[in-house]
Design a protein around this ligand. Structure first.
Ligand SMILES: *Cc1c(COP(=O)(O)O)cnc(C)c1O
Length: 219
């Protein structure tokens, strides 16, 4: 197995409208350039410092996604170039992204991250918390962020039924928010779910973005 074969295997299973984020955290520039040359143009990182360095060193047509827990004091480092932030878990974070978006004259696309697993290490909003954010006057006035959908991580388990039920929760949250807040917003269309071990399940449950690391880079 090599990176090229891994990417081909994954792409052969992806419906045309589903985006592949190659999760390149901890991987070398050499490996990333390999994946890039085999057709990956979207990469995901979960550490700000690492993302900034790779953005500087690697081809400029790469679309960089931030997929990890984001601290407000670090938003400024990625705001000039980040393409999609998958991990909004507070109004405070969104406010900072809006402020940095304004400074950089950009509208920054974001996903609301939901807590759907029962693992304490995972971050994310509840539906109630998301409604509080979306109802707030501060959010309504924001001009430099765009909410493009939702993201979630299922429990890391072999229990497929459990993974299915967690992804269904995320899909239901997406539908609820779509109806309540984004009915006429075409840009609210993304459901980021599915990693190396569960992306097939996620695709069956309506994922539009899969985030895959080890299955691409572990050869
Ligand atoms: C690391 C990571 C992934 C990719 O995980 P793999 O199991 O290596 O595919 C996806 N999403 C997030 C948020 C991650 O941190």
């Amino acid at each position: 197995m090599n990176i090229r074969q891994n990417i081909e295997d994954i792409k052969n299973n992806l419906p045309e409208n589903v985006k592949l984020v190659a999760v390149s955290k901890t991987r070398s520039n050499e490996d990333i350039l390999g994946a890039y040359s085999f057709g990956c143009k979207i990469f995901g990182e979960n550490k700000v410092k690492e993302l900034v360095k790779k953005h500087e060193e690697l081809p400029k047509d790469i679309e960089w996604h931030f997929i990890g827990h984001l601290q407000t004091n670090k938003v400024k480092y990625i705001a000039p170039f980040v393409h999609l932030i998958h991990s909004i878990d507070s109004l405070k974070l969104l406010k900072e992204i809006n402020r940095e978006g304004l400074k950089n004259k950009r509208v920054i696309s974001c996903l609301l991250q939901f807590y759907i697993a029962n693992e304490e290490t995972k971050f994310g909003l509840s539906l109630e918390k998301a409604r509080q954010i979306l109802n707030s006057e501060e959010f309504v006035l924001m001009q430099n962020v765009k909410i493009s959908g939702v993201m979630g991580m299922a429990t890391f388990t072999e229990d497929t039924e459990k993974i299915i039920s967690e992804f269904r929760i995320l899909k239901a949250i997406f539908n609820t928010l779509k109806n309540e807040y984004f009915y006429s917003s075409e840009h609210f269309c993304e459901i980021s779910m599915g990693m190396s071990n569960d992306f097939q399940v996620a695709l069956n449950e309506g994922s539009t973005i899969v985030r895959i690391g080890s299955k691409i880079f572990e050869t």
